[in-house]
Ligand binder design. Sequence first.
Ligand SMILES: [Zn+2]
Ligand SMILES: [Zn+2]
Length: 258
Amino acid sequence: MLQIPDVVKGLLILICVFVPLEKIFAIHKYNLWREGWITDLCYYLSGYFIGRGTAQLLTKFAFLSQDSMLVLSTFMTQQSIGLQVFISILIADLSFYFAHRLLHTVPWLWRFHAIHHSSTHIDWLATVRVHPVEQFFTKTCQMIPLYWLGFSTEALAIYAIFSSAIAFFIHANIRISFPILKWIIATPEFHHWHHDQVSNLGTKNFAVQLPIIDYIFGTYYMPKDELPTEYGTKLETSTNYLNYLVYPFEDVAKNIFK
Ligand SMILES: [Zn+2]
Ligand SMILES: [Zn+2]
């Protein structure tokens, strides 16, 4: 029988869930074939394998360096799965929050993160436009604390599904209001403001799972009954997977070969 690879199955699931939702609840009218979709499809395919490779590498590193955290690790595995998942979300998003702030403030890191912000159309597919160096950097910041703290395999598996699902959800082009939920969990409205171009709000809403983290650190932004109208950071290169791969290194190369 024909075996469908997981990478294709994942894409089919995403299409079945988000294409109808974005058709019915669209914030902005654009279809699947909007500008840059081929670039994003390339990012989806490469990101899938880079993500798997990164996870294997980080698991090995964490396993080798875990001994010093043994006391905490034993304590964590004694907790219920629900509590472990809750704590893992809190720790991973806190780590992501600070990593994300660095991506916006350290000039050479911003060149990598600018690829994610180059999308002029924010929808579920724009989620995956992340440079491999950024993917490795943020995954390391999120996952190493979780591995060290010794969460159970089940808790980590639930966390992995949750973090992938919410990443696609917050980028989705859907205008659904979540009156109470929006305070507890990141929503499309919350993350779309992070991608806003007009008011240059790249310095707001850094968390991707728990908006309360931005609230605590004074970077929360969600004006009532408003949504961004334009997205994207202009790059001095055309939208293309390979151009975007080399873009962050261009300045370094220019300095070396000038
Ligand atoms: Zn984003
Ligand atoms: Zn950002």
